[in-house]
Ligand binder design. Structure first.
Ligand SMILES: [Zn+2]
Length: 310
């Protein structure tokens, strides 16, 4: 199985792709650096981090992908005030973890262990690090700069002023949420240490319903409308491409494989079977649920024949 992390080295006009073993080693070293005000991780927390990483690895393996394995050293717990200062607005979204090129930052109020909901937030963020990652490394004198230009479906170009132009963030979060839920159902829900928390979530379900229904913790439901958009998009693409796919599941898996390890152009071709303009409009959908973003999605659904989101 191929690895899914790439670093493009740019030095004095030369452009070379570093082999993936090197890229993996470089990123491990880069992410292991301590961040300002970083807190110590308890042994129990490290154990939980490793457990969450393994669950994500297994999930990627199910899609035939040997995903980049982030290490516990790449997790940086920060004091609450530092976390908020660094990732402003975090309170509003009730965010406890965030991943970027430095690894995963945690705002867990010095908790020694994670509860079910925080554990699922972690799974979500680890998925971002296990999806395909592409970087550009620019060496300028002593300084080197690492720019992440692809993470799953998310693409980031820098313009001349170094302003980031991001694409497919909404689609990327929709797929990440779908996979977070898959991990919950396949593994996390059945971990004995979370039995009590799962019972609490499902206390209003009848015994019959418990067989068929799942009540997800809030961290699995942060991007409901984007997950729905992703799934409805797959349904529509299946409808238009019955010569290429046997069923809806095949379309969904096709997108998930691209998220982990694939060529985004293959997905682009499929999206354009709806209409050529669909690609550009989808790429502009962000992860927010403000009025403007939701309006954009509503228009997209209407224009390309996706059902209305109830
Ligand atoms: Zn996310």
């Amino acid at each position: 199985m191929e690895k899914n992390i790439f670093i493009q080295k740019k030095e004095s006009g030369n452009n070379q792709i570093a082999e993936s073993d090197w890229a993996e080693r470089y990123l491990h070293g880069f992410q292991a650096r301590k961040q300002e005000h970083e807190l110590e991780k308890s042994r129990e927390l490290i154990k939980q981090i490793d457990e969450a990483i393994t669950i994500v690895q297994e999930l990627a393996n199910n899609y035939g992908v040997n995903a980049f394995r982030i290490r516990a050293e790449a997790f940086h717990p920060l004091p609450h005030e530092d976390f908020i200062k660094r990732f402003g607005g975090a309170e509003e979204f009730n965010l406890i973890a965030l991943s970027n090129k430095f690894g995963i930052f945690l705002d867990i109020n010095n908790a020694k262990r994670l509860d079910l909901n925080n554990f699922m937030s972690l799974v979500h963020e680890i998925l971002h690090t296990a999806s395909i990652q592409k970087f550009e490394l620019t060496a300028k004198g002593e300084q080197s700069h690492l720019h992440q230009y692809r993470s799953g479906f998310r693409l980031v170009n820098l313009d001349k002023e170094n302003q980031a132009n991001e694409k497919f963030i909404g689609l990327n979060e929709g797929i990440t949420q779908f996979l977070t839920k898959s991990a919950y159902v396949a593994r996390v829900k059945n971990l004995p240490k979370f039995f009590e928390a799962v019972d609490e979530l499902e206390k209003n379900l009848s015994n019959d319903d418990k067989e068929t229904k799942v009540i997800f913790p809030p961290a699995c439901r942060a991007y409901q409308w984007l997950e729905k958009l992703f799934l409805d998009l797959c349904e529509k693409i299946f409808e238009k491409n019955k010569d290429k796919f046997k069923n809806f599941d095949e379309v969904r898996s096709f997108f998930i494989k691209i998220y982990f390890n694939g060529d985004i152009n293959e997905a682009a071709k499929l999206i354009m079977t709806l209409a050529p303009g669909a690609l550009r409009e989808l790429s502009a959908i962000k992860q927010f649920n403000d009025k403007e973003s939701l309006e954009k999605i509503k228009k997209f659904r209407k224009k390309y024949g996706l059902p209305e989101d109830q």
